[in-house]
Ligand binder design. Structure first.
Ligand code: TYD
Length: 216
């Protein structure tokens, strides 16, 4: 019998601590289940579209704010997601791996759901509809819930700043994540990201282990 692959995604606003948690989670999981293939991945990826995105996100004027530039950005995120599915997520799940992705399609719905306001009608739903026919739905999505003001404070102590780090923007993104979570309560699980890093990782591990065990 082949082992069923499992797709777990980590979502939340910038500064919510999911990337730190991802590292803790993957090393703990690998220790607990040394026989299980584990893939830790992220979006934007290191693929072609992902590289363009990362370059833009790190240069202050790299992305214009005109409607066409914002649409271009949306389609770059979507192209990167399609590439991620074809190159890594799909094949890894086929092999029975546990795939943990630090951001996934929900980030596009939440973030571009803000940047496309006034450009397409109801952008969160619009983006979800574009993804629906071809996306691979995660088995579990951990939403790292944190007050945007606290997230911003955490980030301001970091050196690198990206264009998405303003409070109003993060508030809107956070609202979109909450909307997405309420649309699919069976897939989303809330993690209290206001706690310290160890506690956050422990909450995430508990949920993941529960999901892994129920898939056996
Ligand atoms: P992030 O995971 O925060 O990258 P890093 O690990 O380098 O901090 O992602 C970079 C930014 O890209 C972040 O502000 C969220 C944004 N983003 C989108 O706007 N749409 C998307 O679809 C994805 C995946 C990320």
């Amino acid at each position: 019998m082949s082992v069923k692959g499992l797709l777990i995604t980590l979502e939340g606003i910038d500064g919510s601590g999911k990337s730190t948690a991802a590292k803790h989670i993957s090393s703990q999981l690998q220790r607990i289940m040394p026989e299980r293939r584990l893939i830790l991945t992220a979006e934007p990826t290191g693929g072609e579209a992902g590289k363009i995105l990362r370059k833009r996100l790190s240069t202050p004027d790299g992305t214009g704010s005109s409607p066409s530039k914002r649409m271009e950005e949306l389609f770059l995120f979507m192209a990167d997601h399609a590439d991620h599915l074809a190159r890594l997520v799909g094949p890894s799940l086929e092999e029975g791996a546990i795939v943990i992705s630090d951001r996934y399609a929900d980030s596009t719905a939440a973030y571009q759901g803000v940047t496309l306001q006034g450009i397409v009608p109801d952008p969160v739903q619009w983006i979800r509809r574009v993804y629906a026919p071809w996306n691979m739905t995660p088995d579990l999505t951990l939403f790292f819930a944190l007050d945007p003001a606290i997230a911003l404070k955490r980030m301001l102590s970091r050196r690198e700043k990206e264009k998405f780090e303003q409070l109003e923007f993060l508030r809107s993104v956070n609202e979109n994540f909450r909307q997405l979570a309420s649309l699919e309560p069976g897939r989303f699980v809330l993690i209290d990201a206001s706690r310290d890093a160890q506690d956050v990782a422990a909450q995430a591990m508990k949920r993941i282990l529960k999901r892994v065990q129920s898939s056996w």
